[in-house]
Design a protein around this ligand. Structure first.
Ligand SMILES: [Zn+2]
Ligand SMILES: [Zn+2]
Length: 333
């Protein structure tokens, strides 16, 4: 098999040729057809997350070489002896946020919060989709995407699930409860569509830099403030805005975006306002399954994407870093 791997943080990816693995036990070998390039791949390639103000969070324990890619779609080409009901030749999207299966978060079906994660393309020693083949530990991570475009099915595994997982944290809406979405980039747009599918009505959407913030403020004023704000920006100003438009009591601010910054708030305000501030990181396997039901039902509009050959993986990371890419780039190994 071939992969485009990180051999040194920040240096160009290198094509590696390694033996194609033979699936054991419950493992499934996927021949990658589509692998989305996500902005977090840029950070892993850099070797750190930028915390703003010149502060860096290093990814010190990622073993190199490492193959990126957590948005994967492909064809089953071999199965382990314990795999049942999955046929060679079938195509699936692959849930990448895989856990150890034994820890408390895994046991409560929140593998995406696992304490010993085995996330495809992200965790140390777990190669991802920038490769001709990917080994998946169990068939339960294979998701049916129906008639959806295979490239989009790949992209749903991160950007789609991030939008969906955030909307699920809103919970049940009563009549008159308003949800406000801040930030209408790719993930925010997906979040808006999933909100429509989950709540039967669209959220109030606002981009942080335009006059629609004022409109959003006016719209929620009628109901005494917003019940939930889903912040796909995650900056000091988006949080300040969210905080200003919440209803007096019992509202939620769900932070998804990683723009950065800090906030300080007097502690008594949390109980007095019964305020919940919730961080959201991708989604669980059951959430991914629920999301794919909505996707298969055709309730989500496609997002723009372009395809590139696997050999352009490194160039794509550079273009993404330089802000030269709109929509998703999906590699086709
Ligand atoms: Zn991602
Ligand atoms: Zn675990």
């Amino acid at each position: 098999m071939r992969s485009q791997a990180i051999v040194e943080f920040g240096s160009p990816l290198k094509e590696l040729e390694t033996p194609t693995p033979t699936p054991q036990g419950t493992e499934v070998l996927i021949k990658t057809a589509n692998a989305g390039v996500c902005h977090s791949d840029v950070h892993i390639h850099d070797g750190y997350f930028d915390l703003g103000g010149g502060n860096k969070l290093p990814l010190g324990n990622l073993k190199l070489p490492h193959t990126l890619g957590h948005e994967i779609e492909g064809e089953v080409v071999a199965i382990g002896p314990d795999v049942k009901g999955v046929k060679v030749g079938a195509r699936y999207a692959v849930y990448p946020w895989i856990g150890c299966g034994d820890c408390a978060p895994c046991l409560r079906n929140e593998e995406n919060y696992c304490v010993k994660p085995r996330q495809l393309g992200c965790s140390s020693g777990i190669p991802g989709g920038y490769a001709t083949h990917v080994l998946v530990p169990h068939q339960k991570y294979l998701l049916d995407y129906g008639k959806t475009s295979p490239a989009l099915a790949a992209a749903y595994m991160c950007s789609g699930l991030t939008g969906f997982g955030a909307m699920k944290k809103v919970g049940h809406l009563a009549e008159g409860d308003e949800v406000v979405v801040l930030g209408c980039g790719g993930v925010g747009m997906m979040g808006i569509q999933f909100a429509k599918a989950l709540f039967g009505k669209g959220p109030i959407a606002a981009d942080i830099d335009d006059g629609r913030l004022e409109d959003a403020k006016k719209l929620v004023a009628d109901t005494g403030g917003a019940y939930a704000i889903v912040d796909f920006v995650g900056s000091e100003s988006s949080f300040a805005f969210a905080n200003a438009i919440t209803r007096n009591k019992g509202s939620k601010i769900i932070i998804v975006g990683l723009f950065g910054g800090a906030m300080a708030m007097p502690l008594p305000l949390y109980p007095l306002r019964a305020l919940s501030i919730i961080g959201s990181f991708v989604g669980s396997l059951p959430e991914a399954q629920e999301m794919m039901e909505i996707v298969r039902a055709g309730k989500v509009d496609p997002i723009p994407f372009t395809t590139r050959p696997l050999a352009e993986a490194g160039q794509t990371l550079s273009d993404l870093r330089a802000g030269k890419i709109t929509g998703r780039v999906v590699l086709t190994p």
